[in-house]
Design a protein around this ligand. Structure first.
Ligand SMILES: [Zn+2]
Ligand SMILES: [Zn+2]
Length: 97
């Protein structure tokens, strides 16, 4: 069990009972968006999920996306709007554009 007690499922907000490793490490821009050379490889946090959604994600019935906007940096259901208004995007290597 690697889930912190306060973790909630990224898909439904219920208390999380499971944590999945992110499918891919992704590249994130540094604090200065105007400097494209400032790229860092970030290790994304584990994806906290409740038992039900953990099963669905493992079975491929649900896809978890990531919002890379600085104010968000959270997981959510792929394609759904995040808190900043951008849709959660697929986790992919070298996600540059
Ligand atoms: Zn859930
Ligand atoms: Zn967002």
């Amino acid at each position: 069990m690697t889930t912190a007690p306060e973790s909630v499922c990224v898909l439904c907000g219920e208390p999380a009972t499971d944590a999945l490793e992110p499918p891919r490490r992704t590249l994130a821009r540094g604090p200065d968006p105007g400097d494209p050379s400032y790229s860092v490889t970030v290790i994304l946090p584990d994806i906290a999920l409740c038992a039900e959604h953990s099963l669905e994600v493992r079975q491929g019935k649900r896809l978890v996306g990531w919002c890379d906007q600085q104010q968000c940096r959270t997981y959510g259901a792929l394609g759904e709007p995040s808190a900043c208004g951008d849709a959660y995007t697929k986790l992919a290597p070298g996600n540059r554009s």
